[in-house]
Design a protein around this ligand. Sequence first.
Ligand code: CTP
Ligand code: CA
Length: 224
Amino acid sequence: GRRGDPRRDLAGKHVVITAGGTREPLDPVRFLGNRSSGKQGVALAQAALARGAWVTLIAANLEVPAPASADVRRVGTALELDAAVTDAAAHADVVIMAAAVADYRPAAVRADKIKKDDTGDSLLLELTRNPDILAGLAAAGRPGRLLIGFAAETEPDADRLLALGRTKMARKGCDFLVLNRVGWTEGFASDRNEITVLDRRGDIVCEASGSKLSVAERILDLIV
Ligand code: CTP
Ligand code: CA
């Protein structure tokens, strides 16, 4: 079995994994964030380490502990994650973008706490688009480096979910896209996951459900 006799099929490979969710500061005490726990990215890191990889884990506000034997780089915002992953990806064999990256950040970060008395009954926030890190990595890709994206969608209909995944794959230009459904109860905080993986052509190459660790193993099988 796997436990007694682990496969070392990622030995000598450098795997870079982003995990968690970015937080975009509004003022010294507040941020815009998302509900990503980091569990799937951490499970990928654990599985890759067990299979012999050298793992750089770019950790954005994880709700779970990072594996001790990973090279952990802590980041807060999307721009920090961009800088860290661009740096680590230079020598990587595989880059897995499991993190939930904020699409927008506040246009200005206030030096002081925003006060109700200064804003009144409603407050309008101006947001600026963050760079698309995955698309940027794909555009600057080099032969032999595999790039894996994630797509978390709330679409309940299976066919429409797949169509969304195919459109996203075409837009991102990564090698594999891991599609999963998220919602108020599914996905983020859960210890389980259900995924469909698409290749560059949009063909389904893997469907898996189970613990986040077992799903991680299936994703790594594809990478190998
Ligand atoms: N991603 C990224 N940089 C961003 C936003 C997302 O690298 N600024 C990555 C995520 O880490 C994930 C993939 O892109 O691997 C898909 O993220 P997702 O939010 O599903 O796609 P978006 O392109 O942001 O589209 P939308 O949120 O509008 O569905
Ligand atoms: Ca997004």
